[in-house]
Ligand binder design. Structure first.
Ligand code: IMP
Ligand code: MG
Length: 177
């Protein structure tokens, strides 16, 4: 796999982190009316694996899709490509599931959008966080791994829509960028 510089997080490490997060969320939400909201497309693998580690089976799953990146370049405007299909979220304890927190703008945008629909409560869960690159003051409530300033692919994350189905998280070789 010459498109990789290194494997940053192996499948095994992802699995045990997802189990750990699932247990915490199960504990924190056992008496709540949980609505999991995945941000497409990057969170797909994390969302499907994590949702099966949350042992609360009357929870509701939904997705929104926003786009703000072309390759590695952030576009100024964040666009909503798909909105929630749950009409009324006022009775739900919403947990947003995101792949990675970089500048923080995407998660902030989605948080504000969902907050404007008056959920009962709102928290966030990200698999990866690049704290050095935050441009705003933001903190996810649940974080899988903190990682350095590297562009990663795999386990849902892409470079120009490629590499999402890698089962681990790797660093893309610069000559492929
Ligand atoms: P932010 O808005 O700068 O925090 O960026 C978050 C979004 O950018 C995530 O939803 C990802 O889709 C994407 N992103 C940020 N860093 C990476 C990366 O290293 N690899 C792949 N996608 C990334
Ligand atoms: Mg994304």
């Amino acid at each position: 796999m010459d498109f990789l510089d290194e494997i940053l997080i192996t499948e095994n490490k992802i699995n045990s982190k997802v189990c750990e997060l699932g247990q915490k969320i199960t504990h924190d939400y056992k008496d709540k009316n949980l609505l999991l909201v995945g941000i497409l497309k990057g969170s797909i693998m994390f969302f499907t694996d994590l949702s099966r580690e949350i042992n609360i089976y009357n929870c509701t799953l939904d997705f929104i899709q926003v786009s703000s990146y072309t390759g590695m370049i952030r576009n100024n405007k964040i666009n909503i490509l798909k909105n929630l299909s749950t009409e009324d979220i006022t009775n739900f304890d919403v947990l947003i599931i995101e792949d990675i927190l970089e500048s923080g703008h995407t998660l902030e945008f989605v948080k504000n959008m969902i907050n404007s629909k008056n959920p009962k409560s709102l928290k966030t869960c990200v698999l990866l966080d690049k704290p050095e690159l935050h441009k705003i003051n933001i903190k996810a409530d649940y974080v899988g791994f903190e990682i350095p300033d590297k562009f990663v692919i795999g386990y849902g994350m892409d470079y120009n829509e490629k590499y999402r189905n890698l089962p681990f998280i790797g660093v893309l070789n610069k000559k492929y960028i």
